[in-house]
Design a protein around this ligand. Structure first.
Ligand code: ATP
Length: 353
């Protein structure tokens, strides 16, 4: 959730991944299954594939792991395949090829009954259109999933009340959805998704319909909720600022394929290609990059008795300390000197050089 938490871009975490995606494809169109199987078709770009086969590869050979407790953001422009991917993760959309594992379980081998079970107890989804039941009060919307699961009324009420308070809706329990603002309705959506205590929460552009102020408020709400409940989250957005604010790692997609997977700092500090560079061009680098990205090796001329900071401190936060010191700031982790940062390095980032 913060820039301090950096996962290595490609290596899975030591713990079993919450979700593991291996060579996943989703192709829409006639005889879709042949596309991933045939290298000559798999190699075609979007337009050529459409011309030659009538098919669209909405998800194209994606492989990644989501670590337990991670906020994994899927980002890309409209039509890049984000919604299809996130629906494939719970098989709401059936993948065309590839492997899909949830906490080690082979999801593609799961039958309908098992999938229903998993969707009821392990996954929850928050959509852009809240999908609230209009004739039910807030509390009954929140407890609906628990009702479907067969939990008794007093347990349902207790749990619903708990999550209503968690998302800041206390006092609104007896209102109907139409009596709530968009932001409040989405809080109900969040509470409903949390009520069943899922392992993984999937968000598909949940805040796109909200106005910018409320949207930022809801993003902060997700950051806070994540800190409190620590759930694994997969969050789809086309908004880079949102992705950088929420994501431990970000998968940038284009035409169904992965263009880059990394932390926000990795995308901004080391873009994989011109497309990513263009995508992140207007980002305020001082708010995303950490000292690790701008430090340099010490030279013989550096006086090394200046202040110390960690490598994961964001440049913006370090600016005052670095510019206020009359010698370079040492970047130190576990007692080891990793590099130094002086005014020149800071200004290069802050001034956008
Ligand atoms: N049911 C379908 N049949 C045929 N093509 C589809 C279907 N669903 C999606 N597509 C195509 O797959 C591609 C990816 O669509 P998808 O909705 O996943 O993208 P997205 O990144 O979520 O876009 P948006 O942000 O606009 O929702 C698009 O070209 C879309 O037209």
């Amino acid at each position: 959730m913060t820039a301090q938490l950096e996962y290595p871009a490609d290596a899975p975490s030591a713990a079993e991944p919450a979700i593991s995606v291996q060579g996943l494809w989703k192709v829409f169109g006639p005889k879709a299954a042949r596309v991933p199987r045939r290298p000559d078709l798999a190699a075609l770009d979007r337009r050529q594939l459409k011309q030659k086969t009538g098919c669209t590869a909405a998800v194209r050979d994606l492989s990644f792991d989501v670590a337990p407790g991670e906020v994994f953001v899927v980002m890309g422009l409209s039509g890049s395949g984000k919604s299809t991917l996130v629906r494939c993760l719970t098989r709401l959309i059936e993948p065309t090829a590839g492997g899909l594992f949830f906490e080690g379980e082979d999801l593609r081998a799961a039958d309908e009954k098992r999938l229903r079970e998993l969707r009821r107890s392990k996954f929850s989804m928050v959509f852009q259109h809240f999908g609230l039941l209009p004739h039910r009060r807030v509390i009954d919307n929140v407890s609906y999933g628990l009702e479907v699961r067969g939990e008794n009324k007093s347990d349902r009420r207790r749990r619903a009340q708990e999550v209503i308070e968690l998302v800041g809706l206390a006092g609104s329990e007896q209102l109907y959805p139409e009596e709530l603002s968009g932001g409040m309705q989405q809080r109900v959506g969040l509470a409903r998704a949390l009520a069943g205590d899922p392992d993984v929460m999937l968000f598909d552009e949940p805040f796109s319909a909200l106005d910018p102020l409320i949207r930022r408020e809801m993003q902060s709400e997700v950051v806070r909720l994540h800190q409190e409940v620590g759930k694994t989250m997969v969050f789809v957005t086309h908004d880079l600022t949102e992705a950088l604010k929420l994501g431990d790692r970000i998968l940038l997609m284009r035409d169904g394929a992965a263009i880059q997977l990394g932390t926000g700092a990795e995308l901004v500090g080391n873009p994989a290609d011109d497309y990513v560079r263009e995508f992140v061009r207007d980002v305020s680098k001082a708010d995303v990059l950490t000292l690790r990205w701008i430090m340099r090796p010490p030279t013989d001329d550096d006086v090394l008795d200046g202040p110390e900071l960690g490598p994961d401190v964001v440049v913006r936060e370090a600016t005052r300390a670095v510019l206020g010191a009359d010698r370079p700031v040492k970047v130190v982790a576990n007692g080891e000197l990793l590099g130094v940062v002086g005014g020149e390095e800071i200004l290069a980032v802050v001034a956008g050089v």
